[in-house]
Design a protein around this ligand. Sequence first.
Ligand code: MN
Length: 195
Amino acid sequence: MMNIPMPVLPYAPNALEPVISEQTISFHYGKHLQGYVNTINKLVEGTEFAGKSLEELVRTVPEGPMYNNAGQALNHKLYFLQFRSPRKDNAPMGRIAATIDANFGSFEAFKEQFAQAAISLFGSGWAWLSQDGSGKLVITKEPNGGNPSRSGLNPLMGIDVWEHAYYLDYQNRRADHVEAVWELIDWEVVESRMK
Ligand code: MN
């Protein structure tokens, strides 16, 4: 039984071009994410974790294949649902903008610090913007399939820096990819994840 569903993309597979190509979506969403979702469903079957939500699995399953696959299923759900078609002058507004300014000084300063985290992460993993228990915004790096909720944070936005996220479109140019992804962020979605 497939308890953990695939997230449904709220845009066409070519809607993120030219920042992320339809071909990358077909592999990244259609193959990689589908693989993580299939695997976590299979791994929890017949265990005490069957029937739990994805968010609960990420917080409670043991390290190893269960955490890796639950983490990646949640990471990619948050990732694919935070995008919309590219806009050159894309920037947050309202509460999320004010909170970013309060925590990082400015949107520009935040972007710089976030990009530095994404670019400096060695190997495969993620850079995240999260809220801690007091509502403060923090930038963290997670290796492999890690998700910030595992350590009690509330993830708001994540950038995938596994090579499968950008290699078809940018080859080894991770920094160029990270720079372009700012055009895609749907800041209303990010704000809706705030507590
Ligand atoms: Mn990925």
